[in-house]
Design a protein around this ligand. Sequence first.
Ligand code: B3K
Ligand code: ZN
Length: 865
Amino acid sequence: MTDSRAMNSAPSITRLADYEAFPFAIDSVDLTFELDPTHTRVTQVSRVRRVVHGTNALELNGKDLKRVALKIDGVEVQSDRLVEIDETLLVRQVPDEFVLEVVTEINPEANTALEGLYLSNGMFCTQCEAEGFRRITYYPDRPDVMSVFTTRIISDASRPVLLSNGNPVSDQHLPDGRREVFWSDPFPKPCYLFALVGGDLAVKHDEFVTMSGRRIDLRIYVEPKDLDRVDYALESLKRAMAWDESVYGREYDLDIFMIVAVSHFNMGAMENKGLNIFNSSCVLANAEAATDQAFQRIEAIVAHEYFHNWSGNRVTCRDWFQLSLKEGFTVFRDSEFSADINSRAVKRIQDVNFLRSAQFTEDSGPTAHPVQPSEYQEISNFYTLTIYEKGAEVVRMIRTLLGPELFRKGSDLYFARHDGQAVTINEFVAAMADVSGRDFTQFMRWYRQPGTPRLRVDVSHDSQTKQLQIQLMQKQPVVASGESHAHYVIPVSYQVIDQVTGAVVVPETLFELSDESASITHDGIATNPVVSILRGLSAPVKLEMDRSVDELVALARFDDDGVNRWDAIQELYMQAISGFLKDLDSSIDDALRRLICDLISDPAKVADPACLAEMLALPQDNILWDAFQPADPQKILEARKALRQSIARAGASSWFELYEAMRVDGPYEPTADAIGRRSLAITALGYLAKVEPIDDLLKDIDASASNLTERYAAYRIARSDAADEVSLELSEKFLNRADTDEVLDLWLSTEAMNEKTATIDRIKELTSHSRFAWTNPNRVRAVLGTFANRNVRAFHTPEGYRLLADSVLKLDAMNPQIASRLVMPLCQWGRFEKGFQDAMKSELRRMIAKDLSKDLYEIVSKSVD
Ligand code: B3K
Ligand code: ZN
């Protein structure tokens, strides 16, 4: 196994504090690829110039490379001038200025790690971020070395499409019958943004005219069978390009922008300059082969990668400790894009839900780290929810504190100052400080301290003096050393409403909490104030506040902040689950029952059906496990089911009408409005199935639906609530119609999460399915990722933990990045009851005794005690 580390050897740690600028500049890099599945030859010719004196050793990186030649100014470098240790190759005694020529040979077919150059269904493609370029050629594989690249690709006729970054320059047939295509990228870039694609691909063209009138050639390349599923991604791309011009003043720079869809991909997509490479599941969609959620994900990811052209590519990261500089900012940009073109309230609810359930979990577990980490063993492990989602929340707070106009000025200044540079998070914040005159010293703690702070809020109201007092107190997470962190600046947005009428008593106000505690007083408030606090989740903190059922019901009915309406009902659900945990036969509060009845019997009162659908969704497992520690996941599952059943009964008379009222007729459209209505209709259908048999209705929907969203809903609901033969029938029909990988993955994941049927044996059966492949991350995520994250019943058992550990070990030999992601659910043992803890820990201990990849070793070693 090439990725392994020697057992018991000390892992090498990279530290931010050790950063040193690279002493050489690379003025140009000319690459030539002679494509061959098992013996691709790569020739690199680079112009190198010393910029810092005092060293004459050039440090290059390489991994799994066959070195054919390494020359300086045309002369082969003798081996006594080369020192190779792990992934570093030192070339000693280099002149001040020289031409470096490196020839390597690589084997894309054997590359199952999917980093560097590899094959996906016969198509050559690359993934270089973060450190994949070193698997192609010896080069300083670090983001602060920016250079101008050209790429020459030579291939036989079996691969008519040959792509790389930048603009196409020439395309010719060589005398030996092969073809040579030449690309040139005029923008200096770090090697992690390099990309190459070679295959027999189909293309769809479009065009975008920029704000200065330049025509950009847009192209999406896919496997020929997928060409009928690219339109939505193209439309999304054009919307993103227009949005970035109007909201950030950012215009696209090259003449051509390409997206390529590949089947084997470790994550969602990659922002290579001018040549974005996407996981096919994040590009391909049409009504019959993608759900509403997939359409929305595609729109967001296409936009995210496009936005990186400025926030990431034109201005890049100095080192990987600055990853959130590009990722946090770009997630913030893409979420605002989605909010602007769809429903702002729904997008924010979804983001807050994701942050709380997933990032807060990470932030309280063994792999917690700051938005700007200070050390890592394997950088691939730091593409985390903290870097992405919390990083985006930190940028959001900067915007909240500055206001939108100053924030835009700060962003303009940042791009203007640092265009073509590799910078740090400090430069981003400095631009914001310079346009606003604000001191960000204390704010920077958001970047440097891990963990989720808590905000304690106590409200008191005196009806005699008509005074309302809001006491705020921040509590810092306890760090490993047992010390608390220093105080944050917490933007606390609040509003006060009347509990009975919902009238606004104190309009929305922003309070900046920078001390440990503060008190806010409002006079002249006669009766029943209810405080809506942390509106829109104005800071990524955990709220601690004692709120009565009546107060929560008032917020759920009247709050004009979508997040807080949703949050209020979620809190009511938490209280109800707490009751069921004590007594499974208890019942939900009458006030909650009335609230649900009112919400669903008159949905017009709730402006946005999608918001109502979110309000009717129960808190996720992670949230419950965090709230009810030490958690017994099986008991919590039962309590959650009891609540679901109670809600179903509470609304029994209205679910069908709601379903009928929300159904969308006519041709499928993935608009926010239609998606919202369908989502509420499907939610209603799910509850309806809990109170009466609807097998015929489900079969009807399956037979007549015009789109995958409805057909999938019918199958999914049947799988959990219909009679066995209908459940099986719809499952088989769904599989039989799954003629794309994406629909197959929906089937695999639904089968893997199905509580009734997805036993350990069934999971094993799914991994033996003829269309399953361990080498394809999408299949692995669909079966094993879903099993470990969404099938509480089967996973949270000693056999479940064992199956996951065995699968992770098997995967580690092929694809360490996927293995180290998949192991995460086992690392969360700290929140569970002892019996579960012990079983999880024993699997982790079993794993750590093996020869693990650097990726997996870092995660597992941090997680075992
Ligand atoms: N920048 C890439 C992620 C690369 C992950 C490398 N392990 C996609 C994105 O965030 O846009
Ligand atoms: Zn990104």
